[in-house]
Design a protein around this ligand. Structure first.
Ligand code: NAG
Ligand code: NAG
Ligand code: NAG
Length: 292
């Protein structure tokens, strides 16, 4: 073979290899009061360690629009993700940060056509929020967390995204009556017109992996274990995921994922809520291995 012919065949082989081993596109959902630019560090880590990856960070429901009710957000987000998924024949990965993770969870459960391989929730209130945090203090300046159920567990309160996943352990019946979103996704809703669709479990079980990232120094997600599906009991003691009815009855497929080696937790201390997506150590330890 001439030098040129061998060069050309090498180039073709390399192209073939890139095509075969190319990284799947990554869809990223930002958190409350954020926009896509706030997640530029995470995007940078992905393209630095996996050059050529297509990263699609949702750039809507930015800032104050992030308070829009989550079902309404999901309708539009699905319109954005569906064509991306259709184009990605080998599937995509989904990363949700903070509120973006509970939105991502909704997408995984409710989109019967999703081709998400790995779903990564980066410090997300996956099993609700019950804590005073700066954005709640900003919305309702003098409200104590003990009082907020009076606002959130009403029709009006459900018009706020946070109300959709507010989980007050002292008012669990009201939570089950009013929570439009979290109680529905958890199969905890007792609304008359709600029946948990079996597909919402099947859609979870189509994932290859689910990664739950959180840590004790988060400072915003309360309890921080909600990032790994933990939640408070009525004494405000944390019930870890594997002790929950939701896990043990396998309502949403967590137990099956776990028993088949597809449910992973990454717990890291020393990371504040606003730093999860800026920390390359977190990225390399908890996220990068799942983005192939
Ligand atoms: C999503 O797309 C459907 C079909 O094209 C359209 O009817 C609907 O209004 C869109 N929803 C949002 C929130 O953009
Ligand atoms: C959801 O909850 C209802 C009522 O507790 C139960 O009958 C049903 O089996 C649950 N669905 C799944 C998929 O576990
Ligand atoms: C990232 O997190 C690790 C683990 O807690 C910590 O040791 C490190 O200082 C953090 N790095 C940055 C840049 O914040």
């Amino acid at each position: 073979m001439s030098t040129w012919a061998s060069l050309i065949s090498t180039v073709l082989l390399v192209c073939q290899a890139i095509k075969t081993f190319g990284y799947k596109p990554v869809i990223v959902v930002h958190g409350i009061l954020d926009d896509a630019k706030d997640l530029s560090d995470l995007r940078g880590f992905i393209t630095k360690h996996h050059p050529g990856t297509e990263v699609h960070t949702l750039d809507f429901f930015d800032h104050y629009h992030s308070f829009i009710p989550l079902w309404d957000q999901l309708d539009k987000i699905r319109n954005f993700t569906t064509p991306l998924m259709q184009k990605a024949k080998d599937g995509v990965h989904l990363i949700g940060y903070s509120q973006g993770g509970i939105i991502g969870r909704g997408l995984v459960q409710t989109d019967s056509n999703h081709n998400i391989h790995n779903f990564i929730a980066l410090s997300s209130p996956l099993n609700g929020q019950f804590g005073d945090t700066s954005f709640i203090n900003w919305l309702f300046p003098s409200a104590l967390k003990e009082e907020l159920y009076k606002i959130f567990y009403t029709h009006y309160g459900q018009l706020w995204s946070i109300g959709n996943y507010w989980k007050d352990p002292h008012h669990s019946k009201m939570y089950r009556q009013y929570s439009d979103y979290l109680a529905a996704l958890n199969n905890e809703s007792i609304k008359e017109d709600f029946k948990f669709p079996p597909a919402w479990k099947k859609n979870v079980l189509r994932l290859k992996n689910m990664m739950l990232i959180g840590g004790p120094d988060d400072g915003v997600i309360a309890p921080w274990q909600s990032a790994q599906f933990g939640c408070f009991d009525e004494n405000e003691q944390v019930v870890p995921m594997r002790k929950l009815d939701m896990y043990q009855s396998d309502n949403i497929g967590l137990k099956t994922l776990d028993q088949t080696g597809r449910l992973h937790e990454c717990t890291i201390s020393g990371v504040h809520h606003t730093s999860w997506h800026k920390n390359e150590t977190v990225f390399l330890k908890c996220i990068e291995p799942l983005l192939t």
